[in-house]
Design a protein around this ligand. Structure first.
Ligand code: SF4
Ligand SMILES: [Zn+2]
Length: 354
């Protein structure tokens, strides 16, 4: 692995961003540790085809990096209510609750279980080895499990319980961008692309797959720069990930992006940009999907208000069929505005004269 930095003491260049992101966090301590943050049922395109899925966001106390300041767009730390950590028993109670909700709402067990914590399921401080083994056993009757983690924590040992349970196992890594400068200076994430490639190699050697999460439009990038960054990132991540999830930025509470947004320094990406990136990368050797959160709202990825729903639906169709022809069927007058933005928008903080 590349240099792993578990205590997140990353020197001066990140201090300012960490101070800013850390100051903006609001923690809401003391939630019920036996309840998961959220669960929902859905359908997902997997390497084996379209499958039913159960997503569980565990409250594990949250991401270590978020507590050190964290990423400029991430407000998930506010959702992790138990900063002191959550016990084995409480985590299993969260899984029980998720299973009860699934039994109430679905016809049968979902094929795929997606386990997130807005942190790392493979971090022993969030979820201990004993708990991971019990979780693997609980879901051994499913087809596939997706496990969110930062790259630092990917080891064959930690993946073993899931693989031994006979589950197709994917590590889900928030890579955000393949560009180290954008990841460090705009997203404020501490690892470099090489660390992701190395973690992916470890996962693949152990018999697991990789699902890469990319961010469309970190702060400080223009709309057109954001599109180029996402296209290039998808092309590079497809070399080791069988599935890529493109996440257009939503303005979350208590984040640096929210401050910029209120100061007129940030607009979430256009849904046309999401369509453009999916269209341009349709032939890469990976499933590429996008599930825009808050689509059509001012704080979420949006177009003019008239066409948001139609474009969102086209993106949903693309997720299931991977056919870029779906985008040829949608149009709106606001495409002209979007094109003008791509042409004329200048980088954030560009000098007025040179
Ligand atoms: S995006 Fe991931 S790594 Fe960054 S603060 Fe949020 S949970 Fe932590
Ligand atoms: Zn429109």
């Amino acid at each position: 692995m590349a240099e792993s930095r578990p205590e997140y003491d990353y020197g001066n260049h990140l201090d300012a961003l960490n101070r800013a992101t850390g100051r903006l966090r609001s923690r809401h301590e003391g939630g019920d540790p036996t309840q998961p943050t959220r669960t929902w049922l859905d359908e997902d395109l997997t390497p084996d085809g379209l499958r039913s899925s159960l997503t569980i966001i565990l409250d594990t106390g949250g991401c270590r990096w978020a507590r050190a300041g964290g990423c400029t767009m991430c407000g998930y730390v506010s959702e992790s209510e138990n900063a002191e950590g959550v016990s084995h028993e409480a985590l299993l109670a969260q899984i029980e609750t998720a299973l009860e909700r699934e039994a109430e709402q679905a016809d049968g067990p979902a094929d795929v279980v997606k386990l997130y914590s807005s942190g790392s399921i493979l971090d022993d401080r969030e979820v201990g080895p004993e708990t991971r083994a019990a979780i693997a056993e609980t879901f051994a009757d499913r087809e596939r499990i997706v496990i969110e983690t930062l790259p630092d924590f990917v080891t064959a040992d930690r993946l073993e319980p899931f693989l031994e349970a006979g589950l197709a196992t994917d590590v889900a890594v928030g890579i955000e961008t393949a560009n180290d400068r954008v990841r460090r200076d705009a997203v404020n994430k501490y690892f470099d692309f090489e660390a992701v490639e190395e973690a992916a190699a470890v996962a693949r050697e152990a018999g697991a797959g990789v699902k890469g999460y990319l961010l469309l439009k970190p702060p400080f990038l223009t709309e057109s720069e954001a599109i180029e960054d996402a296209v290039e990132s998808i092309e590079r991540v497809a070399a080791f990930a069988h599935t890529i999830s493109l996440n257009p930025t939503t303005v979350m509470e208590d984040t640096l992006i929210e401050e910029l947004y209120y100061d007129g320094g940030y607009r979430p990406p256009w849904l046309w940009s999401v369509a453009e990136v999916l269209n341009r990368t349709a032939d890469v050797d990976a499933i590429v999907v996008s599930d825009p959160v808050g689509a059509g709202s001012d704080r979420g990825p949006h177009n003019c208000g008239e066409c948001d729903e139609t474009v969102e639906r086209a993106i949903g169709d693309f997720n299931r069929r991977q056919d870029p022809a779906v985008f040829g069927e949608v149009s709106c007058a606001c495409e002209r505005t979007w094109e003008t933005v791509l042409e004329r928008e200048q980088s954030y903080n560009m000098p007025l004269e040179r």
